[in-house]
Design a protein around this ligand. Structure first.
Ligand SMILES: [Zn+2]
Length: 149
């Protein structure tokens, strides 16, 4: 389980990217809860400067708040890969396997190309996100009423 603040690693997430970051945190927590005590979180939101410093590509999903990195504490990536992928599929996220990367072996997750991000499928304990959904329904209701006038 990680928090938004842990996801940002001390950086301030720009307000317009907070919704992205919250979705990614929810996806990471769904994975972490499915494998209790197994994964260690290593990277989430990065400022453009931080991203450049660690050699990330300029259009990295990390800069958009839409990527997270983690690795298993036993180093056995193969053991968990298919299980992680099946959880990510539920959210429209994909796994990029960086387990062969020297000195920084990890799983990287980000939205699937062209995927609709499924924010309605949430891990337990995400009540705040549900209330956001209700707020949107309320807003849409107002908009529909306004259009009918
Ligand atoms: Zn990454």
């Amino acid at each position: 389980m990680i928090t938004l603040s842990q996801f940002a690693k001390g950086a301030t997430i720009p307000a317009e990217l907070v919704p992205n970051a919250q979705i990614t945190v929810n996806v990471l927590n769904a994975v972490f809860e499915a494998f209790p005590g197994v994964f260690l979180f290593s990277s989430g939101y990065r400022t453009p400067a931080h991203n450049a410093a660690v050699g990330g590509v300029p259009d990295s999903f990390h800069v958009k708040g839409f990527a997270g990195d983690f690795y298993p504490n036993d180093g056995n990536f193969a053991k968990y890969k298919s299980g992680v992928i099946s959880i990510l599929d539920r959210f429209g996220f994909e796994l990029i396997d960086e387990s062969k990367k020297p000195n920084a072996a990890h799983f990287h997750i980000e939205p699937q190309p062209g995927a609709t991000i499924k924010t309605n499928i949430l891990p337990s304990g995400s009540a705040d996100k549900n209330s956001n959904g209700l707020a949107w329904l309320f807003f849409l209701g107002i908009a529909v009423i306004a259009l009918r006038d």
